[in-house]
Design a protein around this ligand. Structure first.
Ligand code: ME8
Length: 644
């Protein structure tokens, strides 16, 4: 069975950042893994180039729209080429075949009666290219997704009968519980659909930068809605509507998306496919959001992490390793140089790099850079069996996208290797004249390194090719079969001397992120307040003690879905149950990063309602022009400890 793996196609309104890189890394890893297993695999990525947002960005940059799209699209393609992303095709929605395919799809949907003409009146967010109803807006004006102002738009539009597919979608989710991973996200989608689907406006007349209507409709004042155009890329890339030979790869085995665009992929996209009588993708994988040093990345804050900048100083594959090791799939992740350096130094350099160096060194000293595996099973059957058990456990982790667990388990192989060297001390055995035993230990470790590098290959292809070259073998689906599936040992290693692959990093190699600029829309001046600055408003000590300040431990934290600013926290104040506190700190802290940390709380504040949620306290924070930080006890204190 063939495999088809996709990333979202990225908007060409700005250059790639590590969030885009993460999606691409994880998809590339999956595609490489399937190829290693010998699967016929097609891997698609590309750029999304139509719509009002791109038109406006081009204008701001004083460029023609196509010229601008060409430039930014090329920066994505070049970046992925630098990262050696092994895509089969890089699609652009401005490609002629794509446009033809979209027009054909529109005709098929129209002929089926799934598209009709009417008027649309709604609030449009250009940045998200999405319409909202009045009730969805924050404070009647702001986009619930990005917090920007929306415009009222009334125009003639063609509509897709999304409502018709409500039941079929719900049935599909029910019958295919693995359709959306992680499962927690599936519930969000199901609830959204259960809440009722409105037909979707799928054309625009207010701008022209989009795929034109099929000529058969004779209505050329409309262009296609960018999401209809964009989602169809997954089949037009395979030739839908033109040369359909590659349509044999459809349905996709895995479509990776960020959680921000899951709704489009798990609701609209399957409905479009049903309308086209095409099968639905096997799985949609929604990953979490990356922050930098606990803060959301944004151009306005100037704290966006450029993958190129990181790769240039820390190494492209080290970044791949870090991102895939750092977060469980589906959860939010944080990029900090400290965490990144720790993983490079301890895991890549100490555990893996040192083991390879020791093998190079010992094989040179004891056996002229040749390692013979003949005696491994005689002296080290236990270790080899343990290594094979680990290797056997890996497939299910990768197929379930548990890359952090996959790498964690994989690293246990290096622990076996390092422990064997310590325990069997080949240098002592050599002195005792037990050369066979010493060389068997070296061969054991060489075999462990060989197997580990095959399994690490999808994550660090270039690095593992160097390791394999150092050991004297090649990584491909036949070595995967021989050394992983059939559990064979490599009979003879011929070792090359290779300089250390992971030099230790002593200090951060990039400038630290500029502190964030608070930029809250007026709609959400939430529960974090600045401390009073007035010196002339003196109070008595008794007045101060009227405020009950307590140390609390955050036990739960969640993003408030329709809000760009709010997090909903459960804070343990040593009371019977934790308090719910809604705080306007989402721009500065990810929910994930707060769990288990301590905060200072005004505990006797009258409960207030924020976006319909009760907030039973206020969290203390300090905010200046450089951003916001929470006030925390210097050392952990029991939850509920009074401050004062
Ligand atoms: O939404 N953390 O394009 P886009 C993690 N063109 N991932 C992130 C991220 C972050 N901070 N920021 C972006 C679009 N991403 C549409 C898609 S598909 C038919 C059309 C990743 O350029 C994540 O995968 O805004 C997200 O879904 C994607 O970039 C959005 O890229």
């Amino acid at each position: 069975m063939s495999k088809y793996i996709t990333t979202p196609i990225y908007y060409v309104n700005g250059e790639a950042h590590i969030g885009h890189a993460y999606t691409t890394f994880i998809a590339d890893t999956m595609a490489r893994y399937e190829k290693l297993k010998g699967e016929d695999t097609y891997f698609l990525t590309g750029t999304d180039e139509h719509g009002q947002k791109i038109e406006e960005s081009a204008k701001k940059n004083n460029k023609g729209t196509k010229e601008f799209a060409d430039e930014i699209s090329a920066t994505f393609k070049n970046l992925w080429d630098e990262f050696e992303i092994g895509y089969t095709k890089f699609i652009r929605t401005t490609d002629e075949e794509h446009k033809k395919g979209v027009q054909k799809a529109f005709e098929v949907m129209y002929a089926k009666g799934d598209i009709y003409k009417d008027f649309y009146e709604g609030h449009y967010c250009v940045s998200c290219e999405t319409f909202f109803t009045e009730t969805q807006l924050v404070d009647g004006e702001f986009c619930p997704d990005c917090g920007r102002s929306t415009n009222v738009v009334k125009e003639e539009s063609y509509f897709f009968r999304l409502s018709k597919y409500e039941d079929a979608l719900l049935k599909h989710y029910e019958q295919n519980p693995e359709f959306i991973i992680p499962k927690s996200r599936a519930n969000e989608v199901i609830n959204f659909v259960k809440g009722g689907l409105r037909d979707l406006s799928v054309t625009r007349t207010s701008f022209t930068w989009g795929v034109k209507m099929p000529s058969s409709l004779k209505d050329d004042k409309h262009v296609m809605y960018v999401w209809l155009d964009a989602l169809l890329n997954y089949v037009t890339a395979l030739g839908y509507g033109s040369d359909e030979a590659n349509m044999r790869y459809w349905p996709a085995s895995m479509q990776f998306v960020g959680k921000d665009i899951l709704r489009f992929h798990a609701i609209y996209w399957p409905a479009f496919l049903m309308s086209l009588d095409l099968p639905l993708p096997k799985q949609i994988g929604a990953h979490g959001w990356w922050t930098r040093d606990g803060e959301k990345m944004s151009k306005s804050k100037g704290n966006v992490v450029s993958p190129k900048e990181v790769a240039d100083v820390y190494g492209a594959e080290n970044l791949r390793y870090f991102m895939l090791r750092e977060v469980p799939f589906g959860q939010d992740g944080d990029f900090s140089q400290r965490a990144f350096m720790d993983r490079i130094n301890s895991e890549l350099s100490n555990d893996l790099g040192n083991l390879l160096n020791r093998i190079i060194g010992m094989s040179g000293k004891y056996s002229g850079f040749e390692i013979d595996s003949s005696d491994v099973l005689k002296y080290h059957k236990k270790e080899i069996d343990a290594a094979h058990a680990i290797v056997d456990s890996l497939d299910v982790l990768m197929e379930g996208m548990q890359t952090h667990r996959y790498l964690e388990e994989l690293w246990r192989l290096f622990a076996i290797g390092n422990k064997a060297i310590e325990e069997h001390a080949p240098w002592v055995k050599m002195k005792e004249g037990k050369k066979d035993e010493a060389l068997a230990t070296v061969a054991l470790v060489a075999n462990i390194l060989a197997k580990a590098s095959i399994m690490l290959h999808p994550i660090m292809p270039r690095t593992t090719n160097i390791i394999a070259d150092t050991l004297g073998f090649g990584i491909d689906s036949s070595s995967y079969k021989e050394f992983i599936l059939d559990k064979k040992l490599l009979k003879l290693f011929s070792i090359k001397q290779t300089p250390p692959l992971f030099p230790k990093i002593e200090a951060p190699l990039m400038p630290e992120a500029p502190a964030a600029q608070p930029n809250a829309p007026k709609s959400e001046q939430a529960a974090v307040k600045e401390m009073p600055k007035e010196q002339d408003n003196l109070i008595e000590i008794g007045q101060f003690f009227q405020t009950s300040l307590k140390v609390g431990t955050v036990v739960e934290a969640q993003e408030v879905e329709k809000s760009a600013k709010l997090l909903k926290l459960k804070v343990d104040l040593g009371e019977e149950s934790p308090r719910q506190i809604v705080a306007g700190i989402k721009e500065f802290y990810s929910a994930e990063s707060l769990i288990g940390t301590q905060v200072c709380v005004v505990a006797n504040l009258k409960p207030a309602k924020l976006m319909g949620m009760v907030s039973e306290g206020m969290i203390l924070a300090a905010k200046d022009e450089n951003g916001l930080s929470l006030i925390r006890p210097e050392k952990p204190k029991k939850a509920g400890t009074s401050i004062g």
